[in-house]
Design a binder for this molecule. Structure first.
Ligand SMILES: [Zn+2]
Length: 62
């Protein structure tokens, strides 16, 4: 049976968890128009989702 050699302190655990804590949704820029938008959402500026046009906007035809 494996035996731990020394106890990891609460402080050490918290430092470890702080390194990969959730920092919220990372802001990204649209790949087609470059406007700031959220990932996995339709771009409000150009109406593109991935490489599909899903919203009709005045800036682009369709
Ligand atoms: Zn866009």
């Amino acid at each position: 049976m494996a035996v731990q050699q020394s106890k990891v302190s609460k402080m050490r655990v918290r430092i470890r968890h702080a390194a990969n804590r959730y920092r919220g949704v990372e802001p990204t820029n649209c790949s087609s128009c470059g406007a700031p938008c959220l990932p996995h959402r339709v771009c409000k500026a150009c109406g593109m989702y991935g490489n599909r046009q899903v919203l009709n906007t005045g800036s682009r035809q369709g």
